[in-house]
Design a binder for this molecule. Structure first.
Ligand SMILES: CC(=O)SCCNC(=O)CCNC(=O)[C@H](O)C(C)(C)COP(=O)(O)OP(=O)(O)OC[C@H]1O[C@@H](n2cnc3c(N)ncnc32)[C@H](O)[C@@H]1OP(=O)(O)O
Ligand SMILES: O=CC(=O)O
Ligand SMILES: [Mg+2]
Length: 350
């Protein structure tokens, strides 16, 4: 019988030991591709070095009669490609679908040693994660994989949002959670047909002042859910992400949506099209001037206690910690990205 003390024990004999801490690896963009689409698949070796995460998508956006082709395509691509230090993830079909069992069995036994993370859609509660957790342990034991494959949940149903804390803490395999604004809008019966982003009808209006025209301000439809997801993830030591932005041509609004998520605490977003890769890279890498400022505060704060004034702004133990968040992220990203490392070093010298 298992007790809470067994949380970090393997769920099957012969499965690898679960991780105690989610390894932070840059994941500014999770680049989606359909492995059964020959044109997209052909681009993967060239795209791989330009992204932090490549994700072979098997779920929505893959037609029902192309599911097997997508699964087989992912196996072939994973076997044939050297991804370097770019992570390989997959999004399997939902747990109530006719495809997910074969997705998991095939992928773990065929390419389990190459897969870093499995994204599970439409997660509604801890029981969904427990099911995947046990099955993955059995399959890992069968395949002889040496490290555990981590699990990422998509937050895209009202029940999932209501249970987000228990989902985040359901297993040591939990790597992170992404907001899925399209399915969430549908299942909440929101009246937007957009994939993420704002809506001109969701606004507040200035009070009337005589006959003067009243300004309106568009509000953020996703603020509540992203903030809730970020808190749940931070409380459980896992990573939060914004999901898809569907208006591919509106690169400006995509950047805004990504930046809102970044400022609220997300570490990355999905890129659905090559044009969104550079946007995510720019937004989810702290700006060089912000990194230089953070390092200046850290240097001035010594052991991180007390209060000082820098350029007219009060700094104390809390701002020291805020600056550490930015500086640590910059270090982690610079270790992967030499161009960014140079930009950070140059900004510090200014
Ligand atoms: C709500 C959700 O679940 S979101 C997640 C699921 N959705 C997805 O994964 C969508 C992934 N992206 C796509 O399917 C496509 O980008 C689409 C359908 C949005 C647009 O595709 P297209 O109309 O072909 O776009 P476009 O003509 O600009 O593509 C230019 C080239 O980039 C390729 N391309 C497009 N998207 C991708 C991608 N994600 N990865 C790699 N290559 C891509 C196209 O195949 C095309 O190649 P070609 O020049 O050899 O013809
Ligand atoms: O899967 C993503 C979504 O927005 O739905
Ligand atoms: Mg979805």
């Amino acid at each position: 019988m298992r007790s809470p003390k067994d949380f970090f024990r393997p769920l099957a004999v012969g499965a690898p030991t679960p991780v105690r801490e989610v390894p932070f690896r840059p994941s500014r963009m999770i680049h989606f591709f359909d492995p059964g689409n020959e044109k997209m698949a052909a681009k993967i070796p060239a795209i791989a070095p330009t992204v932090d995460v490549l994700l072979g998508n098997l779920e929505d956006a893959v037609a029902a009669d192309r599911k097997e082709a997508a699964r087989a395509g992912l196996v072939a691509i994973a076997k044939a490609t050297d991804f370097g230090n770019t992570q390989l993830w997959t999004r399997v079909n939902s747990l109530d679908s006719p495809w997910v069992l074969d997705d998991l069995i095939t992928l773990v036994t065929e390419i389990g040693d190459k897969l870093d993370v499995i994204m599970v859609p439409k997660v509604e509660g801890a029981e969904d994660i427990h099911y995947v957790d046990r099955l993955l342990a059995q399959l890992e034991a069968k395949a002889g994989t040496e490290r555990p494959i981590l699990v990422h949940a998509i937050l895209e149903t009202p029940t999932g949002v209501a249970n987000v804390e228990e989902i985040a803490g359901a297993s040591p395999r939990m790597q992170g959670i992404s907001l899925g604004p399209a399915d969430l809008a549908a299942s909440r019966r929101m009246k937007t047909t957009r994939v993420g982003g704002g809506h001109p009808g969701y606004l507040v209006r200035e009070d009337p002042q005589g006959d003067a025209p009243r300004a309106t301000y568009q509000q953020d439809l996703w603020h509540y859910t992203i903030a809730r997801m970020v808190d749940a993830c931070a409380a459980h030591g896992i990573l939060p992400y914004y999901g898809p932005f569907g208006d591919i041509k509106d690169t400006v609004a995509c950047e805004d949506q990504f930046r809102n998520a970044f400022l609220l605490g997300c570490v990355g977003a999905w890129s659905l099209h090559p044009v969104q890769i550079a946007i995510a890279k720019k937004v989810f890498s702290p700006a060089p001037a912000d990194v230089a400022w953070a390092r200046k505060v850290i240097a001035a704060m010594g052991d991180g206690t007390g209060a000082v004034m820098i350029d007219g702004k009060m700094q104390d133990d809390a701002t020291y910690k805020q600056c550490q968040v930015v500086a640590r992220l910059a270090d982690e990203l610079a270790a992967r990205d030499p161009e960014l490392a140079e930009a950070y070093a140059a900004a510090e010298k200014e």
